[in-house]
Write a protein that binds this ligand. Structure first.
Ligand code: PRP
Ligand code: URA
Length: 210
């Protein structure tokens, strides 16, 4: 595993992801779990947020207390499935900006097709946290990171719930400057480039479109 990959290994995450994997878990519960998993992962992924002391007054006395410093971070879901992670992260940082990158995999070639990109401005010096629950071939994440870099982003993290070994290798090798957070790395891909055992099509499961 490359240095820029952190596997967030926690029994609560494992338990919740196991429920998500179950094909009998319905949309309502799946959506709630995606939110919770994103929040738990975000707690770890955001542990290096910069702090700055400000003077406040408690009921007892004045003191210098730490607050999150710098430009507000931006959460950027890769549509559609990444949307399912946004609210969990906004629970942690309610003042964050939200950008969107629209991308879908061509059913035949599995190559990502971009259809939308709206990122917060200014983007320089802002922490950009890209979100996508699934990293299969890694093509969507690789392209989305390239889009953020092309727009001027330099401080980038990528959060993904389940990845294939080849997907995580592709993204971490192509972007050694991007910190990658993943909860589980699965066995591999099937002939349709779906993660095995995975959880199926995350977008369909979040939005009930199957
Ligand atoms: C899924 C998933 C990722 C992508 C992963 O999206 O949410 O974006 O596939 O595959 P990759 O690593 O091989 O690129 P999909 O293309 O199904 O679009 P959707 O979220 O709109 O359903
Ligand atoms: N996209 C998904 O949602 N799931 C997979 O297993 C692969 C791509």
């Amino acid at each position: 595993m490359r240095d820029n990959v952190t596997v967030i290994d926690h029994p609560l995450l494992k338990h919740k992801i196991s429920i998500m994997r179950d094909k009998n878990t319905g949309t309502n519960e799946f959506r709630k779990l995606a939110e919770e998993v994103a929040m738990l992962m975000g707690y770890e992924a955001l542990r290096d947020l910069p702090l700055e002391d400000e003077e406040i007054e408690t009921p007892i006395e004045k003191c210098n207390a730490p607050f999150i410093a710098g430009k507000k971070p931006a959460f950027v879901p890769i549509l559609r499935a990444g949307l399912g992670m946004v609210s969990g992260l906004l629970t942690l940082v309610p003042a964050a900006k939200v950008g969107h990158i629209g991308m879908y995999r061509d059913e035949e070639t599995k190559i990502p097709q971009e259809y939308y990109c709206k990122l917060p401005k200014p983007i320089e010096d802002r922490l950009i946290v890209l979100l996508d629950p699934m990293t299969a071939t890694g093509g969507s994440a690789d392209d989305a990171i390239n889009q953020v870099k092309k727009a001027g982003g330099t401080n980038i993290k990528y959060m993904t719930i389940i990845a294939s070994p080849e997907g995580i290798e592709r993204v971490s090798a192509a972007h050694p400057d991007v910190q990658i957070y993943v909860a589980q790395i699965d066995r591999g891909l099937n002939e349709d480039a779906y993660i095995c055992p995975g959880l199926g099509d995350a977008g369909d499961r979040i939005f009930g479109t199957k």
